[in-house]
Ligand binder design. Structure first.
Ligand code: ARG
Length: 438
């Protein structure tokens, strides 16, 4: 047919029929296809909108404004200073007050001050604000809502700090930018979806007074391992390259090339792994008395901060925790004296115990020196144990976590009147600074 001679006068008859046959089938096919595609798209749209409508999404903003009723202090430039910490907590509390009881409901998640800088009219603040809104909403529309709530609050609420309204700007940022900004601060923990972690209390996780921790809950926890010898000690990440641990962890071996550090909630598989390049023991560490049981270790290559790897804050040397303060100890150590190392990271809530009580004749009878800190319970039951050494004892204040102790020693584990003894980190704040510059 293709060769049909040109001289056909009613020329196109056979061809026309062919074409007609083609046309006859095509519309049906097309219609069927269209119908099928429409159905599939319809179902897909249905499913997507169902989830989208139900699902909230995190929206992040960078807020900048001036506070006019306070004066800039030199120490605002140092994020670990008491002045920065107290002032930033006050600002963060104020943001909660502004947004939490607003008409929008509980859309506000939290905020963190990133920077405070001097300004001729007071102090300039840079902060990250996190909200949760339906994912169908647009960042620009939400921005308008946030601004409205803020301006309304400035007019109607009694606020301790005066925010200069014209100086206020809000910029929408993505999750990556938000993490980068937060990484300028220590001791912050987030889940993989960039949400704040829930308060740690779930009875299901409790095993012999210790709970299995969630991913990202203690992102500064490190496992120190001897190559070929497995897990030996815990440690805490205090910068991209520095770990803080106990001096007694290196009694067996002080050669950094024999050690690796792993990060993440399991020893195998680790989330991240590094070699050690340098080990610095405290010059006055005494094995017999456990005095100055502190050491620094430097990684050969830096780790990048993420939801899983994060540094803990070092407390200002002036910070004092009153007795019975709730603190957390974490580690891969055994559950009972002389038990095996745990592959999953565990946590235990313990309470600080005053040195006076801890030095009582029926407790540790004067063995506790000024560089040590007791934490646990007089009735025992919850404690760190073998293999937790070198690991962190942390204190959480307004969502920021501080390293207050290093697991050091104890008589057996979890015995009554034999609480855990930790290296008192505040006592060594200057020593750490002198070795690392942190
Ligand atoms: N020194 C032990 C270790 O090397 C841990 C000490 C902690 N003991 C305690 N009861 N809190 O792992």
């Amino acid at each position: 047919m293709m060769y049909a001679p040109v001289e056909f006068s009613e020329a196109d008859y056979p061809r026309a029929e062919y074409q007609r046959r083609q046309q006859f089938w095509d519309p049906i096919r097309v219609a069927l296809f269209t119908l099928a595609i429409v159905a599939v798209i319809g179902i897909a749209i249905g499913i997507v909108t169902h989830f989208v409508v139900e699902d909230d999404k995190s929206f992040y903003y960078l807020g900048s404004f001036k506070i006019t009723n306070i004066k800039y202090k030199e120490n605002y430039g140092m994020k670990s200073s008491r002045e920065f910490i107290e002032r930033s907590h006050q600002i963060e509390r104020m943001m909660s007050r502004i947004f939490q009881h607003s008409s929008g409901g509980d859309r506000f998640i939290k905020s963190h001050v990133i920077k405070m800088s001097p300004d001729e009219h007071g102090v300039k603040i840079l902060m990250v604000l996190m909200f949760r809104y339906p994912s169908t909403d647009s960042a620009e529309r939400i921005k308008k809502k946030i601004e409205r709530i803020l301006y309304q609050s400035l007019k109607t609420k009694q606020l301790p700090l005066t925010i200069n309204k014209p100086s206020f700007t809000l910029t929408s940022i993505d999750g990556k930018k938000m993490m980068n900004l937060l990484n300028s601060r220590c001791g912050i923990r987030m889940t993989s979806s960039n949400m704040p972690l829930p308060a740690s209390s779930s009875t299901e996780r409790i095993v012999q007074g210790r709970e299995i921790s969630l991913e990202g809950e203690w992102p500064w926890q490190v496992s120190l391992q001897l190559i070929g010898g497995g897990h030996q000690c815990g440690a805490s990440l205090i910068s991209n390259t520095w770990l803080l641990t106990a001096a007694h962890c290196f009694c067996k071996n002080k050669d950094p090339s024999q050690w690796i550090a792993t990060f993440g909630t399991t020893i195998t598989p680790p989330a991240v792994q590094r070699r050690l390049g340098k080990i610095i023991l405290h010059e006055n560490y005494h094995r017999g008395t456990n005095e100055n049981d502190i050491a620094l270790a430097q990684l050969t290559t830096r780790v990048e901060f993420s939801n899983i790897v994060q540094r803990v804050c070092l407390p200002d040397s002036s910070i004092k925790l009153p007795p019975k303060t709730s603190v957390f100890v974490t580690g891969f150590g055994s559950l009972v004296d002389d038990g095996p190392t745990q592959n999953k990271l565990r946590q235990a809530r313990v309470e600080t115990i005053s040195t006076d009580v801890c030095n009582r004749k029926d407790v540790y009878d004067g063995l506790i020196t000024s560089g040590m800190l007791c934490a646990g319970y007089m009735e025992g039951k919850v404690d760190a144990c073998k293999g937790d050494s070198g690991g962190p004892l942390v204190y959480g204040n307004h969502d920021i976590w501080y390293l207050v102790g290093i697991v050091s020693w104890g008589q057996s584990c979890a015995l009554p009147k034999k609480p855990g003894v930790y290296t008192r980190v505040t006592r060594y704040r200057e020593w750490i600074a002198s070795k690392t510059g942190i």
